[in-house]
Design a protein around this ligand. Structure first.
Ligand code: SF4
Length: 288
């Protein structure tokens, strides 16, 4: 299937990002921007936001849309939370997203490492807002509470696709469990903005996407991202459909009519895309 015009994005901006990536790599820091082959890599860095991948770049799960390496992860690096916090401070980031592969090999699924990283960032950069894009921690409420208590500004957990496609796309995950992560967080911290994201073009129907949007609103999700699945490698799922930008606009309009505070919906949108703007708009609405 030929890649449509609207997907092609100008490469020049990547040059800026590549120099920054080299700098981060020299400090033994991973960004999901690089691991997941994100198309917006130039944009975010220029906006003063970045997404750090903590706890290594090897995942214990095998989602068939994701470019992150799969296998047996390395032991945690106890210095990493401090290094991330120092880099956030050095870069003067106004908004940072912290994410990780799934670490089902750890007894707390990595919750304490998230909490340590967030606390180190908040100590050094109290004005930087911190969003965490977390795995499902196998549904552990204790893990969610630990991460929320570390002082995060946004909790993000991607629902990724529609329930019918879970066995194909995210075989080790569970749709209800992912919804429940958001539900538990909203009951534990009612004023904490919740965010989730979908990738489309994997074979889902429009009605299924709208039904997922309803489910997310039901668990008090405030911010939604919807983007086009792009095949990171031939080993991963093929694109079933390139969704037209008009359909993405429909999802945005419908989502905000349905009650989301902010919907970013366009082919190249990813879960950290314009993350700072989403939080700002959410906060403005809360103040009204
Ligand atoms: S759990 Fe996350 S990082 Fe791991 S394979 Fe799935 S999407 Fe990728």
């Amino acid at each position: 299937m030929a890649i449509p015009e609207w997907i092609k994005k100008d490469i020049p901006r990547r040059k800026f990002a590549l120099s920054l990536l080299r700098r981060l790599n020299s400090r033994n820091l991973n960004t999901v921007c690089e691991e997941a082959k994100c198309p917006n890599i130039g944009d975010c860095f220029k906006r003063g936001t970045a997404t750090f991948l903590i706890m290594g770049d090897i995942c214990t799960r095998s989602c068939v849309f994701c470019a992150v390496k799969k296998g047996e992860p390395y032991p945690l690096d106890p210095e990493e939370p401090l290094r991330v916090a120092e880099e956030v401070n050095n870069l003067g980031l106004n908004h940072v997203v912290i994410t990780s592969p799934s670490r089902d090999d750890l007894s707390d699924r990595g919750a304490s490492f998230y909490s340590k990283t967030v606390s180190e960032i908040k100590k050094r950069s109290p004005h930087t807002t911190v969003e965490v894009l977390v795995p499902d921690f196998k549904g552990s409420l204790d893990a969610i509470k630990e991460v929320v208590d570390s002082g995060i500004d946004v909790l993000n957990h991607n629902i990724e696709t529609v329930p019918r496609l879970y066995p194909i796309v995210r075989p080790e995950a569970n749709y209800e469990q992912s919804l429940n992560i958001l539900k538990e967080a909203s009951e534990y911290a009612p004023s904490l903005p919740l965010k989730s994201g979908l990738i489309v073009g994997l074979g889902e129907e429009k009605e299924e996407v709208i039904s997922v949007m309803r489910d997310l609103l039901f668990v008090n999700c405030n911010i939604l991202t919807i983007g086009q699945y792009l095949r990171p490698s031939k080993k991963l799922l093929p694109v079933m459909r390139y969704v037209h930008p008009g359909e993405f606009r429909e999802y945005k309009i419908l989502g905000e009519e349905m009650g989301f505070d902010y919907v970013a919906s366009a082919p190249l949108v990813r879960s950290s895309y314009h993350a700072d703007e989403a939080l700002m708009i959410y906060k403005d609405k809360e103040l009204k």
